[in-house]
Design a protein around this ligand. Structure first.
Ligand SMILES: NC(=O)c1ccc[n+]([C@@H]2O[C@H](COP(=O)([O-])OP(=O)(O)OC[C@H]3O[C@@H](n4cnc5c(N)ncnc54)[C@H](O)[C@@H]3O)[C@@H](O)[C@H]2O)c1
Length: 304
């Protein structure tokens, strides 16, 4: 049986740790040559450390795979082409981009600063654009390519203190959909995954009471490696025909998300005024309003 991404070249951003590391390792095991891209930032995006990217490359090589490291930041516009050039110089092509790098700056909205907002948008949304755009030229020329982007249920559903992150992660959904539509003619596909994984991004969850300890023990089973099979599958040619979709992985479950469509309509042939809306809108629509749920309200059962 040929390996699922044999001969392909994959760039995986944020691949020095967590989910990205798991994807880079499986990508290599399934036959791809991998560009491990990671600046080695702290969770809030501060600082740099060259060791995570180089460590993952060493692990891939030790397992018999091929990989190179880059510690260039994906949020710097000029770096998109530089990172793609590294792939071309080392491996002669690029077939797969996994936009996974990310940071967090959680803050309740009335305390959120411009830099909390801007830095998160910059890494997640601008970084995903910069890398996607740099690959697009090559994907178009070769008439093939696959994008996999990490979104989040914090954006798709909601969470406290994450207006910046939610906006960035829903922006990525729009970016993916736009790429899927524009590049279908070149046989290029683009999909999103909303991962759930026990990484440093969520390990600050309190575990003091017995109930909390049990819950955290279940959550620890959601290892970052569990996201990798779906990411590698979507990146491969076997996922032909799958594009513009939003998936999720939570331990051993895989989900397909719906996407926004109109669900109710209200029409007046004489047009609307605020007064007329006051008389009719809630009566017609309120039963169908989307509740102010958080991700944990919707995914209310322990990971299985
Ligand atoms: N862990 C979860 O449950 C969860 C849930 C939803 C979404 N996600 C998303 O999955 C992705 C991976 O998350 P994780 O939990 O593995 O986080 P992580 O913090 O373990 O890994 C993220 C990596 O991105 C790197 N990075 C940050 N800024 C960068 C930049 N400018 N250039 C290059 N690399 C950069 C960091 O150095 C880090 O190694 C993120 O996009 C995150 O938002 C994770």
């Amino acid at each position: 049986m040929p390996k699922i991404v044999d001969g392909k070249v994959a760039i995986v951003t944020g691949a020095g740790r967590g989910i990205g590391r798991g994807i880079a390792m499986l990508m290599a095991r399934e036959g791809a040559r991998v560009v491990v891209c990671d600046i080695g930032a702290s969770l809030d995006g501060a600082g740099t450390d060259t060791s995570p990217a180089h460590d993952v490359v060493a692990e891939i090589k030790a397992a018999g795979g091929e990989a190179i490291a880059t510690t260039l930041s994906i949020s710097e516009p000029a770096n998109g082409d530089k990172i793609v050039q590294l792939a071309l110089d080392a491996f002669g092509r690029v077939d797969i981009l996994v936009n996974n790098a990310g940071i967090l700056r959680d803050r309740i909205f009335h305390r959120m600063s411009w830099s909390d907002w801007n830095d998160v948008i910059n890494v997640h949304l601008n970084g995903s654009f910069i890398m996607s755009r740099a690959c697009a030229t090559h994907f178009r020329e070769q008439g093939a390519g696959s994008y996999v982007h990490m979104t989040s249920t914090s954006g798709l559903i909601g969470n406290f203190g994450q207006a910046n992150y939610a906006a960035a992660k829903l922006g990525i959904v729009g970016l993916s959909r736009g790429i899927a539509l524009d590049m279908e003619r070149f046989h290029v596909r683009s999909n999103c995954i909303a991962p759930f994984a026990w990484t440093r991004m969520i390990e600050s969850i309190p575990a003091e009471t017995e109930a909390e300890k049990t819950r955290v023990a279940r959550m620890r089973e959601m290892t970052p490696e569990k996201i990798a099979p779906l990411a590698v599958y979507l990146a491969s040619d076997r996922a032909d025909g799958v594009s513009g979709q939003i998936f999720s992985v939570r331990n051993n479950e895989i989900y397909l998300f719906n996407q926004t469509r109109p669900i109710r309509t209200l029409h007046r042939s004489d047009g609307w005024t605020p007064e007329k809306l006051d008389a009719q809108l809630k009566g017609a629509f309120a039963a169908s309003f989307t509740p102010l749920d958080r991700s944990t309200d919707v995914f209310s059962w322990d990971p299985v």
